[in-house]
Design a protein around this ligand. Structure first.
Ligand code: ATP
Length: 363
């Protein structure tokens, strides 16, 4: 496995109608550590596949260098990068058996028959494919085919990294969960460098130790699922991650108080030096707002209540701003009548200036 270094890479597919060069991937410097499990997460068109293709060698970046450990691979073709790739659609030979499919990459590399047999048996066991080694790939379900596809990558002893491009797209929803947790387990066993592209936040957050969030060709944040959830560095990340995402509310902030349309909200930190001309917003997760059971807090109008089984999501209007509030199953708040009130957890209210998180000072 290799450490992958992206050194000031950027990529453009060409110029736009006005003759201006457009960058699908904006300048980026980043290191992917040996053995790390990473997810590349972002909406369609944000540049995930472009970045993945630069790592795999399908694209040579317009600018910058790519290194695997100390080797500069910027111009090295995919076949010579020792990359294993798993795509949306399983890449298997239908007429071959599972064992023949797994053996194929090793045969191509001239490994001895005994060596091939050992590797195939080992990988098949780890992927729980050992009971179907003799079956033709043709009749297998999509999830088993995808495991064979993955096995064809894992079976090679010299793999520098495994790249996954939306690998669970064609898998049945109930099997997705199983395959995802198997991948996580395999990562712990093998210690591969894994990069997993997805637009599905659940896949990214459950699979990866580090999630790299992209937006319009930029990496907006790389962090643990915990960091992305509690301290998103940009309102885009706050809004994109979470279901529903973070509430973003225009506000004025002075010291450790925020004013939202005349209502005062206490903050967990103080902000003495916010840029004067900046657009100031509060970012509050629906989980960080609660209905008050004792008459404290700010009056709101309940606009809608959606029951999602284990919890409810209330949509409320607070001084003209719409907010989502997560109501846990066990919450005692009575929302059937009267005038509901909400309270904020001050330590979980983030302040943003022009979309960027402001750190603030401990009080
Ligand atoms: P998706 O999830 O839809 O695949 P993505 O996040 O992987 O999206 P990319 O496929 O990397 O995004 O595309 C980034 C931008 O580059 C998009 O605006 C896309 O239209 C453009 N683009 C991608 N491939 C090409 C190409 N071969 N030629 C020109 N433009 C391209």
């Amino acid at each position: 496995m290799a450490r992958i270094v992206l050194d000031r890479i950027a990529h453009s597919y060409g110029v736009n109608a006005a003759g201006v060069r457009e960058f699908a991937l904006k300048p980026l410097t980043m290191t992917w550590n040996k053995g790390g499990a990473y997810a590349l997460l972002g909406p369609s068109g944000c540049g995930k596949t472009t970045l993945l293709n630069i790592i795999s060698g399908l694209i040579t970046p317009t600018e910058g260098r790519v290194r695997f450990d100390d080797r500069d691979v910027t111009e090295v073709p995919t076949e010579q990068r020792n990359i294993a790739q798993v795509f949306q659609f399983p890449v298997v030979y239908d007429t071959m058996t599972v064992a023949q499919n797994l053996a194929f990459p090793l045969r191509n590399r001239g490994m001895s028959a005994a060596g091939i047999e050992r590797r195939v048996q080992d990988i098949a066991k780890r992927l729980e494919l050992d009971t179907c080694l003799g079956r033709r790939a043709q009749g297998l379900t999509a999830d088993v085919k995808q495991k064979v596809s993955l096995g064809r990558g894992l079976v090679r002893p010299d793999v520098a990294a495994i790249l996954f491009d939306e690998p669970l797209t064609v898998i049945d929803p109930q099997l997705k969960w199983m395959l995802r947790s198997q991948l996580k387990h395999l990562h712990r066993q093998f210690d591969f460098t894994m990069i997993y592209v997805t637009h599905d936040q659940t896949e990214a957050l459950t699979f990866a130790d580090q999630v790299v969030v992209m937006h319009e060709g930029d990496v907006v944040q790389a962090g643990t699922p915990e960091q992305l959830f509690h301290r998103p560095v940009h309102t885009f990340v706050g809004h994109f991650i979470g279901s529903p995402g973070m509430n973003i509310v225009p506000a004025a902030v002075a010291g450790d108080r925020a004013i939202v349309n005349g209502l005062e909200i206490g903050l967990g930190r103080a902000y003495p030096t916010l840029p004067a001309a900046a657009r100031i917003e509060l970012g509050v997760r629906p989980e960080a707002v609660a209905f008050s059971a004792d008459g404290r807090g700010h009056p709101v109008t309940l606009e809608r209540l959606d029951d999602l089984g284990r919890y409810r999501i209330a949509r409320v209007s607070l001084a003209g701003c719409t907010l989502n509030v997560l109501v846990p199953e066990e919450a005692e708040a009575d929302l059937s009548g009267g005038e509901p009130r909400i309270v904020f957890d001050p330590d979980r209210v983030n302040v943003y200036a022009d979309g960027h998180l402001v750190e603030g000072e401990a009080r």
